[in-house]
Design a protein around this ligand. Structure first.
Ligand SMILES: NC(=O)c1ccc[n+]([C@@H]2O[C@H](COP(=O)([O-])OP(=O)(O)OC[C@H]3O[C@@H](n4cnc5c(N)ncnc54)[C@H](O)[C@@H]3O)[C@@H](O)[C@H]2O)c1
Ligand SMILES: [Zn+2]
Ligand SMILES: [Zn+2]
Length: 389
């Protein structure tokens, strides 16, 4: 089959790779109908996630048709149209049973690297390095889906592919940020990053009762999209002092909940950005936490900061003093998709959750390197490139 392979930093190619086969009774094989770029892939392409190997198949956000099931699969059958969670989770370990699906104890067959980095390994992700399991990704014609009864969800008839596709990763990630970030009735929520993940966090915050949602980015077309589809307020960080502006807009108090949806490759202005860029290139810090610092600094006293943007290791000048003295709650997580996907599909079917607008560019798999180039540089208003293998 054809698949998009990582060959090295900024080097992608579409190649022939072996077809996947059922390896475990609980596996299914899914024929991919649509698969999309994610900001997390940029961290792989740019070389900031360890344990990538030449030839690894990329992609983790996808939807397709079940074409084969192992004898241990009970809830799915051949022909089902399913969206598959980007995280692979067993459904039976302590973490899965406590709804902390991305922390699954059983899905990562190569736990050594993650355990060395973080103290304990986490669950596995499709196409996301050998630290996260070394599974083949979804930018391919077919994917092996382990623990299929837990990871693949039947899509309701009324929901089209380009809407349901984002229930795999972007939508549950954003929803988790608002939910576990503790957004409640009447809150003011600020979201850094206006990609699909930030926009989903903003949309979730609105649905969870936030009174005002302010989204921060520098790309006008992304901010316009958030205004149009969510009714969010927007803020261009290159045109204004974000902290001062948020204070001004909140009567001097600051946002109740701050959600960071930018991650380890934050863009920035000024000397701090140059410092972070140089240190990251020299691997003296593994991420550029500009947006995270800003979120902690801007958050109201006693407020909550939720980190959705991906980081892998260590960062400098983490504002621990602000965290401690302002009594903040700071949390982060990889997405617990299995916890949210059924509810998100229902909201999509009711027309209350909009995701289709993210699919700004559709193309065949052979054009995927061009799609990633466009997505990485945010050219031509690209929010997400969607590949149809
Ligand atoms: N926690 C999870 O499970 C999970 C899942 C999916 C994605 N992610 C992460 O979420 C992040 C966003 O993903 P995406 O697909 O939306 O990516 P994206 O690249 O489309 O969007 C990131 C946005 O952040 C903006 N940005 C950069 N620097 C900024 C700054 N200093 N302040 C404000 N905005 C800034 C960029 O302009 C861009 O629009 C990535 O780090 C990705 O790895 C996490
Ligand atoms: Zn992702
Ligand atoms: Zn598990």
């Amino acid at each position: 089959m054809r698949a998009l392979c990582w060959r090295g930093v900024n080097d992608l190619s579409v190649e022939d790779v072996p077809d996947p086969v059922i390896l475990n009774d609980q596996d299914a094989i899914v024929k991919v109908a649509a698969t999309t770029t994610c900001g997390s892939d940029l961290h792989l392409i740019d070389g900031y996630v360890p344990a990538m190997e030449s030839g690894d198949v990329l992609g983790h956000e996808f939807l397709g048709e079940v074409v084969e099931t192992g004898p241990g699969v009970d809830r799915l059958k051949k022909g089902d149209r399913v969206v598959v969670c980007s995280f692979i989770s067993c459904g039976r370990c302590w973490y899965c049973e406590h709804d902390l699906w991305s922390l699954c104890d059983n899905s990562n067959p190569k736990p050594g690297i993650a355990a060395a980095l973080w103290g304990y390994e986490t669950g596995a992700v499709y196409g996301y390095s050998h630290a996260m399991g070394g599974f083949r990704g979804s930018h391919a014609e077919y994917v092996r889906v382990p623990f299929a009864d837990y990871g693949a969800f039947r899509v309701p008839d009324g929901v089209d592919d380009e809407t349901a596709l984002f229930a795999s990763d972007a939508a549950p990630t954003g929803w988790m940020g608002a939910d576990l970030g503790g957004v409640g009735e009447g809150d003011v929520v600020a979201v850094w990053g206006c990609g699909a993940v930030g926009q989903m966090a903003a949309q979730a915050a609105t649905l969870l009762g936030a009174e005002r949602v302010i989204v921060i980015d520098r790309f006008r077309e992304r901010l316009d999209m958030a205004e149009r589809h969510i009714g969010a307020e927007t803020l261009d960080y290159t045109a204004t002092d974000v902290g001062a502006e948020l204070r001004e807009r909140t009567g001097g108090r600051g946002p109740d909940v701050c959600i960071e949806a930018v991650g380890m490759e934050a863009h920035g202005t000024g000397p701090q950005h140059l410092y972070d860029s140089a240190k990251q290139r020299l691997r003296l810090e593994t991420g550029r936490p500009q947006a995270l610092r800003e979120a902690i600094q801007a958050c109201r006293k006693g407020g909550s900061v939720f980190l959705l943007g991906v980081f892998v290791g260590w960062v400098d000048k983490f504002p621990v003093g602000a965290l401690m003295n302002k009594g903040l709650t700071v949390r982060g997580a990889q997405q617990h998709g299995q916890r949210y996907i059924p509810k998100l599909l229902d909201l999509m079917a009711e027309g209350r959750l909009e995701t289709r607008q993210f699919a700004t560019h559709a193309m065949g798999l052979d054009a995927a390197p061009r799609g990633y180039n466009m997505f990485k540089h945010k050219r031509d208003g690209c929010v997400r490139a969607v590949f149809h293998p």
